[in-house]
Design a binder for this molecule. Structure first.
Ligand code: PMP
Length: 286
């Protein structure tokens, strides 16, 4: 099947989709992006992802390339043209093309690129869980803005892969976990309390994190937002990660040490199942 991408107003074959070499996304990572999961022909948490895009754009003073309603249409259209029933849509807005100069250009037009990807149908069940390793957080000080400057995370993820792990938990200078390279980090204490780091400039406000926090409240689970260390996570009853593409995924090993019994725990299992229930309420587009 030929893949279709969207680039600045045109639907084009993926293989010939192009942006200019002086696009500021390419030169400076002067661009923001979003990833929305698609399951059973539904966009999961679409509006919160668009709200976060709005915030990222505002923080960097990049204008919307097209109106929000038109963007929604394009996202759905790319997914539809690619017949994506399960997968994800990726979209990126850069400040546009301009002669290379650090300061903002006066007349650049924001550039919009949309692609999508097929995945296997996601399961509301957890599977066997994954391993994570720890790594120093090498990123800049505004990771709350979802920019395409992802080299810190890329190095962490590569280190995870080279060590047979699925994700790397990044650790700040005080020894506290910030977040995964592309996910938020959670633990469940011996008392059954959920713990995740509070929002700030040092983590991304994960949309899945927000939805899972709401789901936890409906399950009457206690949630405390505070930082935790790798040592505390290794001693925790459970650990898990959240993201638009991993949903709620149990973590069963941290730096080679088993978490709990080294198997997915009940809390992560319940949260994943309830998360799927919660996001299945929107209408399918396909
Ligand atoms: N943190 C980082 C650094 C990420 O890249 C992501 C994935 N976008 C997340 C957290 C999870 O965010 P979301 O739940 O919105 O996918």
């Amino acid at each position: 099947m030929s893949r279709i991408a969207y680039v600045n107003g045109r639907y084009v074959p993926h293989g010939s989709a192009r942006v200019h070499i002086e696009d500021r996304g390419y030169q400076f990572a002067d661009a923001v992006y979003e990833v929305i999961g698609i399951a059973d022909g539904r966009f999961l948490d679409e509006d919160p992802h668009l709200d976060r895009l709005a915030r990222s754009l505002e923080e960097l003073r990049i204008a919307w390339p097209i109106e929000r309603r038109a963007l929604k249409f394009v996202l759905h259209e790319v997914a539809r043209r690619n017949l994506v029933r399960h997968g994800l849509v990726y979209f990126q807005v850069s400040r546009g093309v301009a002669r290379r100069d650090y300061g903002f250009p006066k007349n650049a037009k924001p550039a919009l690129v949309v692609t999508c990807k097929h995945t296997a149908p996601p399961s509301p069940e957890t599977g066997p869980g994954v391993a994570v390793i720890s790594t120093p957080d090498l990123r800049w000080k505004r990771v709350d803005i979802k920019t395409t400057g992802l080299l810190g995370g890329a190095l962490g993820k590569q280190k995870a892969r080279e060590n047979g792990a699925f994700e790397a938990w990044q650790v700040d200078e005080k020894g506290f976990v910030t977040e995964g390279t592309s996910s938020n980090a959670w633990i469940v204490t011996a008392e059954g309390e959920l713990v995740t780091r509070p929002l700030g400039n040092d983590i991304l406000a994960g949309v899945t994190r927000g939805t899972v926090a709401k789901v936890a409240a409906t399950l009457q689970l206690k949630l405390t937002e505070r930082p935790f260390t790798i040592a505390e996570a290794q001693r925790a009853r459970e650990a898990f990660m959240t993201s638009a593409t991993s949903f709620v995924t149990p973590i069963v090993r941290i730096d080679g040490k088993a978490v709990g019994e080294g198997k997915p725990g009940d809390t992560a299992r319940r949260l994943r199942a309830e998360y799927f229930r919660a996001v299945s309420e929107t209408a399918p587009f396909l």
